[in-house]
Design a protein around this ligand. Structure first.
Ligand code: ZN
Ligand code: ZN
Length: 409
């Protein structure tokens, strides 16, 4: 049996189409070929178009009724795209296009009129053809999943827009001081513009873990902005110690993507405020997983008692809190931004590192999402049982640090 040639497959697909309905409309080779674009592997659409034109004796003169000459301008878009992309460092790219809706409407009307069952859309040809030529010219790889940059062809305006995807760096951070937030905290009153409330800074704290880490990366990459995605967050007044907290920092519109991460770590660690380790490149998908992970944590809590508490009493009080559900109503201090509800958490261990009757230093190991300050002071009955309730003594949290995040990474 003879194998049908690719062109035979095209002509077989074109055979049942209602060619007389084309009337006096002329199509360019590419637009004609696209009508059978999904038949005959290995051919370009202009090759399909030339074969079809010859076989069905279709007109050759005049402007293309579908694209009005757009398909002859691919090299101009190619030059434009290459020029725009040259401003950015990238290794993978993708071409997208926004096709003039009138062209799309004419093309789709033609599919219906002629009964084209194997047609390819003009957008798909533009993306593929300009993408292939760009890859050859620039020596870069197309990437359909996570391209560094996307060149978007605007056919109606004859322009190319470049969309630069963020750069992601993953690592663990330690926050060595109290009093700075994990992420930049914009002033609500002025929304970042600067006002009396925020001392003209546009933000509520001088700096943040986010700003210190992002600045060290942006010094190398440039960029228009940043975000930090942490595996949970500690309070502003709590330190983050031990091996640190997993995070991903996102740099928006980086000019360069080659980053010396050892150099970033050195710069951050020199701040004396934040330290980072295990820095590595990451993807946007990891942002979702890092935010979903529910890791248990170990805390150091320094407590001051409202009345003297002997060691034996402290131990009995602690024992009554372990391994049973602690009901925590949304704390008063966060109720303005979180829904008011009661949730149950389990505390697996509380060790007394030191106690002198007036104060005690505890090591608390608790399930993800436990409000530890409230576990200690009881939040006026909103958390029950609590250490204050178990001891029947007011408990004040003087210091809180996160010592360990028990993540799987
Ligand atoms: Zn055309
Ligand atoms: Zn302000």
């Amino acid at each position: 049996m003879l194998m049908a040639s690719p062109l035979d497959e095209v002509l077989t697909a074109a055979e049942p189409m209602a060619w007389p309905k084309l009337g006096d409309r002329t199509l360019c080779d590419a637009c004609l070929g696209r009508l059978t674009g999904k038949a005959g592997h290995g051919l370009t659409n202009p090759e399909r178009g030339r074969g079809t034109r010859e076989r069905f004796r279709l007109a050759t003169d005049g402007e293309c009724w579908v694209c009005h000459g757009l398909m002859d301008e691919l090299d101009e878009f190619l030059d434009l795209a290459a020029g725009r992309l040259a401003e950015w460092e990238f290794s993978t790219f993708l071409v997208g296009s926004r096709v003039d809706p009138e062209i799309v409407a004419r093309e789709e009307a033609l599919w219906t009129e002629l009964g084209a069952a194997h047609a390819e859309a003009i957008k798909s040809e533009l993306n593929r053809e300009i993408g292939k030529r760009l890859a050859d010219r620039m020596g870069k790889e197309p990437d359909f999943g996570h391209p560094d940059v996307v060149a978007i062809i605007e056919t109606a305006f004859g322009t190319v827009e470049v969309q630069v995807n963020p750069l992601f760096v993953r690592g663990r951070y330690r926050k060595l001081v109290r009093g700075i937030p994990q992420t930049r905290w914009p002033c609500k009153r002025c929304r970042g513009k600067g006002c009396d409330h925020c001392g003209g800074k546009g933000k509520m704290y001088e700096t943040s873990v986010e700003e210190i880490v992002a600045a060290a990366i942006i010094a190398q990459t440039g960029g228009s902005g940043h975000a930090l995605h942490g595996m949970g967050r500690e309070d502003v007044d709590a330190r983050m110690l031990g091996r640190g907290r997993p995070f991903i920092v996102e740099i928006k519109e980086p000019k360069r993507r080659t980053v010396d991460l050892a150099n970033v770590a050195t710069a951050v660690n020199a701040s004396g405020v934040v330290e980072v380790e295990d820095l590595r490149p990451a993807t946007g998908d990891e942002v979702v997983t890092i935010k979903e992970e529910r890791a248990g944590k170990v805390y150091r809590v320094l407590v001051r008692f409202g009345a003297p508490v002997e060691d034996e009493k402290l131990k009995r009080g602690i024992a009554s809190l372990l391994g049973r559900p602690i009901a925590q109503r949304t704390p008063a201090r966060v109720s303005h931004r979180r829904a008011d509800r009661v949730r149950e958490r389990v505390v697996s261990s509380i060790d007394v590192a030191r106690s002198d009757g007036a104060t005690a230093e505890l090591r608390v190991t608790a399930e993800a999402g436990t409000y530890v300050k409230e576990l200690v002071h009881g939040d006026q009955g909103r958390t029950t049982p609590s250490l204050a309730e178990a001891l029947d003594v007011a408990c004040e949290v003087l210091e809180l640090d996160v010592l360990e995040i028990q993540d799987t990474g």
